[in-house]
Design a protein around this ligand. Structure first.
Ligand code: PMP
Length: 458
């Protein structure tokens, strides 16, 4: 019978497909390595199997042990599948930007999942790196695969995916494009391919703001790729170039490929295809660009494939007058996002409100551009006034100790009615463009816009 002995035997040997519609405006071949065909629906089944097998072999992982790992989901699924077959427990620690469906999936395999804030630094005790390190230290028979520093992670891709791509393209591959998270995939596959043919170009696809493309590693919305530190599983010597892609382009590319090719891919697959299309511009007809698709879009149906979520985050534009028109019409001298920081004094915050003539502003952790996870609260002139009148000592206190909760958000492409709905319960709303807060709109702004739009000949 043509039947695998167990599910683990079905890891790897994934198919490749030509993306002819996606590549219709370029001359070269564009081929996708479909890692969503693995039993756990992602490329991370391969390192999960390799890391566990190696740890069993040298005794780091003992019978009945517990696997503890910080993971955005896919590595967790791979580990959970191998653990289920081989009798281990799993505890996964995830950042809070991970899609709820992915967390539910891990729990479905019987794993315990702990969710930690994205907005804290990696060395903070509540960060997902710190929490997993503590659990791995304190639990008996715990083993941490440590995918960011485990050489079996890139080795699994070197041993399996690299040879598959070389064989499937009959050695004709000229460019390999791949998202970079731990860097295990690009480093392992890239090294194998360059050993076969040193002229093959290896290109990383990275979210704007992540360290690989020169950023500081601040949060972005695409999941599974980009970092705020340099993992040892990333080997920069095999990567010729890193292309930075915005969340907006990653998401719109993933949605377009899904509709045009009938291939439901995740957000980071969108990042990789967007980078591949940039690289493909100007390449000759015999160039063979292989793009790595790490996972399926099934885990992101409530995010990038949900029009409501995309609109709220400022990725989609409605017809008619939008929140963006309102923002653009306003005083052109206003800096894009009037803001305060949690460690600034209340006195400074009041000066900022007065200088720009605004009544409320968000409190953000870094200088803009920021993402929503970096918005920690808001201040309102009425609240500050009340606090300062009751106790003038408040003026020298940090904003963080008196601020209110973050303002509700509205997408820049949403109709004015959406802003009106948000402003029922709050005096102002934070406007998001491509996932980034860019402005605040108040009830007064909205009333002004409605009055102007309603006036004849205006
Ligand atoms: N995309 C997704 C969705 C992932 O989960 C991962 C793994 N973190 C990657 C891309 C990148 O793979 P790697 O960690 O090997 O760089």
């Amino acid at each position: 019978m043509d039947v695998a002995d167990d599910l683990l035997a079905l890891i790897g040997n994934t198919p490749m497909v030509r993306l002819d519609r996606t590549a219709r405006n370029v001359d070269c071949h564009l081929l996708a390595k479909l890692e969503l065909y693995n039993p756990g629906f992602s490329s991370k089944d391969r390192p999960a199997l390799a890391m566990i097998t190696a740890a069993e072999a040298d005794g780091r992982l003992q019978p009945g042990g517990t696997i503890v790992e910080p993971t955005s989901g896919n590595t967790g699924v791979g580990l959970a599948i191998v653990a289920a077959r081989r009798g281990y427990s799993c505890i996964f620690v995830c950042p809070d930007k991970v899609a709820p469906d992915k967390i539910a999936q891990l729990r479905a395999y019987g794993a315990e999942v702990i969710v930690c804030p994205t907005s804290v630094s990696p060395d903070h005790p509540d960060s997902y790196y710190s929490v997993s390190a503590r659990l791995a230290r304190e639990l008996p028979k715990a083993w941490k695969p440590d995918q960011y520093h485990n050489p079996d992670n890139p080795r699994s891709q070197y041993d399996t995916t690299g040879p598959e791509i070389w064989r499937q393209t009959a050695g004709r591959i000229t460019h390999f494009v791949c998202g970079v998270g731990t860097g295990g995939t690009i480093s392992g596959i890239g090294r194998y391919l360059k050993e076969q043919d040193p002229t093959i170009q290896v290109i990383g696809a990275d979210p704007v703001g992540s360290v690989y493309s020169g950023g500081s590693g601040r949060p972005y919305l695409v999941e599974g790729i980009g970092e705020d530190f340099w993992p040892t599983t990333y080997d920069p010597s095999v990567v010729d170039q890193v292309v930075a892609i915005s969340d907006a382009v990653s998401f719109s590319t993933a949605r377009r490929v899904t509709r045009e090719e009938g291939l439901l891919i995740g957000g980071s697959g969108g990042t990789a295809i967007a980078a591949a299309l940039r690289i493909a511009q100007g390449l000759p007809a015999d160039a063979v660009v292989v793009v790595h698709i790490p996972d399926s879009g099934r885990g992101y149906l409530s995010k990038l494939y949900d029009d409501g979520w995309m609109s709220d985050h400022g990725f989609l534009r409605a017809s008619g007058t939008t929140v963006g028109d309102l923002v653009r019409e306003r005083d052109p001298d206003l800096p894009s996002l009037v803001h305060s920081h949690p460690d600034e004094t209340v006195r400074t915050a009041i000066e900022i409100l007065r200088e720009y003539g605004v009544s409320q502003m968000p409190v953000v952790k870094h200088e803009p551009p920021v993402v929503l996870a970096e918005v920690v609260g808001s201040v309102d002139e009425r609240d500050l006034l009340g606090a300062a009148v009751a106790d003038s000592g408040v003026l020298d206190q940090p904003v963080g100790s008196v601020m209110g909760p973050p303002l509700p958000t509205v997408g820049i492409g949403e109709p004015l009615a959406a802003a009106a709905a948000r402003l029922q319960s709050a005096p102002a709303a934070l406007v998001l463009d491509g996932g980034h807060p860019v402005a605040v709109v108040s009830r007064a702004d909205l009333l002004g816009a409605i009055a102007r739009a309603g006036a004849p000949h205006s």
